[in-house]
Design a protein around this ligand. Structure first.
Ligand SMILES: NC(=O)c1ccc[n+]([C@@H]2O[C@H](COP(=O)([O-])OP(=O)(O)OC[C@H]3O[C@@H](n4cnc5c(N)ncnc54)[C@H](O)[C@@H]3O)[C@@H](O)[C@H]2O)c1
Ligand SMILES: [Zn+2]
Length: 355
C-alpha cells in the first residue's frame, strides 16, 4: 500500500517474515549505510537479532540503541538521551534511524529522526498490533509533556514502513486487546464490513492467526494510508481528524490514569463513551454502540479506570475551553463538533459504569 504524498510518497509493506528482508528493503529505498536502530527492551529481545543480521548481510552498519519500555519513555528527556547516544557514536547527518518497536518507540524515534542534525531519514518497523495497524503510518511523532499527551512533536514521514505480522507472536494478551481498542474505530472511519469481521473472527484475531491478522491489518492500513494521503498535516476539518474518534475522552482517561492504562485501552473506553454521546443526540443508532460494547465484553476487558471519576474527566477536558470532539455518527460517518456540553460528557461516561 502507498501513502501518496507527491515526492515524499512511500510504501507500507505488509507480510509475514518480512524483517529478514529489511536489509534488502533499506537498499531498495536508498537508506544511508549507517542505520541507528531504536528499540525498547522487549522489541529488541524479539526482533533485534534478525534485523541486525539482515542489515549486515546487505552491507549496512547498524548502531543499536535500546531504551526501557513504556509510555513513560515518550519524553523530552528520553529523546535527549537518544540524541546523546547517537552523538557519542559519531552518527553523522548522512545516517538513518529505524524504529523497531511499538508506538512509543515509533513516536520517540520519529521525533529524534526529525530533529537529529535537522533531520535524518526514518524507517518504521512496527512490532505491536497498535503500531502495525495505525501509528507507524502517517509521520506523526512526538513526546508527552506534563498534562499534555503528544504535546511536542513534528511531522516526519518514514521512507517506508515494514510491517511483519510474525513479530506479533510474542505480544502479551493485554497488548493485543489494546491494539483492538485502536482498531475498532476503523469501521466508523470508513470500513463498515470490518466490525462484522471482528465479531465473527475475534477468537482467531486474539490468537493472532495469520489469515485474520493480515486481513484486518490490510483493511486498517488501506484507510490510514488513504486518509493521510489526503490530509498529511491534519489541516482539513474532516480529513485526518476523523482518525481521532474516541480520542478526546480517550486521551483524557489515558492522561488521568498517569499512563497506567494503555493508549488503546483508553481509546476503547473513549469510543464507547463518545458513541454514548452520539446515541443520546439521536445521531448514532443504539445498536452500533451495543456492538462495540459487545466486542469489549467478549475480550474480557477490565480496563479499570480506577479512581478516575467523571468530574475529573470533565475538568481535564474543559480546562482550556470547549474541546473538539470527533464523534461517530454511523459506519463511515463521523462528525467534528465543538459544542458538546459537560452534561453530555457526563451522560456518555455513564455508559462506562455498566461495563
Ligand atoms: N503517531 C501516531 O500516529 C500514533 C497513533 C496511535 C498511537 N500512537 C501512540 O502509540 C503509543 C502506543 O503504542 P503501543 O500500544 O504500541 O505501545 P508500546 O510501544 O508501549 O508497546 C506496548 C508494549 O509492548 C512491548 N512490545 C513491543 N513489541 C513487542 C513484541 N513484538 N513482543 C512483545 N512485546 C512487545 C513494548 O515493550 C511495550 O511494553 C502511544 O504513545 C500512542 O500515543 C501514535
Ligand atoms: Zn490512537
Amino acid at each position: 500500500m502507498w501513502v501518496k504524498l507527491r515526492d515524499r510518497s512511500y510504501p507500507v509493506y505488509l507480510g509475514q517474515g518480512l524483517i529478514s528482508s529489511i536489509g534488502m528493503l533499506c537498499r531498495r529505498h536508498r537508506i544511508p549505510d549507517r542505520v541507528v536502530i531504536l528499540a525498547d527492551r522487549n522489541s529488541a529481545r524479539v526482533a533485534l537479532d534478525p534485523v541486525l543480521r539482515s542489515l549486515r548481510k546487505s552491507g549496512f552498519e547498524p548502531v543499536p540503541v535500546v531504551i526501557p519500555p513504556g509510555e513513560g519513555q515518550k519524553s523530552f528527556r528520553r529523546a535527549e538521551l537518544v540524541h546523546a547516544a547517537m552523538l557519542k557514536q559519531g552518527v553523522s547527518r548522512h545516517s538513518a534511524l529505524l524504529a523497531l518497536g511499538g508506538g512509543v518507540v515509533g513516536d520517540v524515534g520519529g521525533f529524534v529522526a526529525s530533529t537529529y542534525r535537522r533531520g535524518i531519514p526514518f524507517v518504521q518497523c512496527p512490532t505491536t498490533l497498535l503500531s502495525q495497524i495505525d501509528s507507524s503510518v502517517g509521520g506523526k511523532n512526538g513526546v508527552n509533556h506534563l498534562n499534555g499527551k503528544n504535546a511536542v512533536g513534528s511531522f516526519h514521514q518514514p521512507r517506508f514502513v515494514c510491517t511483519d505480522v510474525r513479530i506479533l507472536q510474542t505480544l502479551p494478551v493485554r497488548e493485543i486487546r489494546s491494539g483492538l481498542g485502536e482498531l475498532i474505530k476503523y469501521p466508523f472511519v470508513g470500513d463498515p464490513k470490518l466490525l462484522g469481521f471482528l465479531e465473527d473472527r475475534l477468537d482467531q484475531i486474539m490468537r493472532l492467526e495469520r489469515k485474520e491478522i493480515l486481513h484486518v491489518a490490510e483493511r486498517c492500513l488501506r484507510i490510514k494510508t488513504r486518509v493521510v494521503g489526503k490530509d498529511e498535516r491534519e489541516t482539513l476539518r474532516r480529513g485526518r481528524a476523523v482518525l481521532n474518534i474516541g480520542h478526546t475522552i480517550g486521551h483524557a482517561i489515558e492522561t488521568l490514569s498517569r499512563y497506567r492504562l494503555r493508549h488503546g485501552e483508553a481509546v476503547f473506553l473513549g469510543l464507547i463513551a463518545e458513541c454514548g454521546i452520539s446515541v443520546n443526540r439521536g445521531w448514532l443508532a443504539g445498536h452500533y454502540r451495543d456492538r462495540v460494547i459487545g466486542v469489549y465484553r467478549r475480550l474480557g476487558c477490565r480496563f479499570n479506570p480506577g479512581t478516575i471519576t467523571p468530574p475529573m474527566v470533565i475538568r481535564h477536558l474543559f480546562s482550556a475551553g470547549a474541546p473538539r470532539f470527533v464523534i461517530p455518527r454511523g459506519f463511515g460517518r463521523v462528525a467534528v463538533v465543538k459544542d458538546v456540553t459537560k452534561s453530555e460528557v457526563r451522560d456518555g461516561l455513564r455508559v462506562l459504569e455498566g461495563l
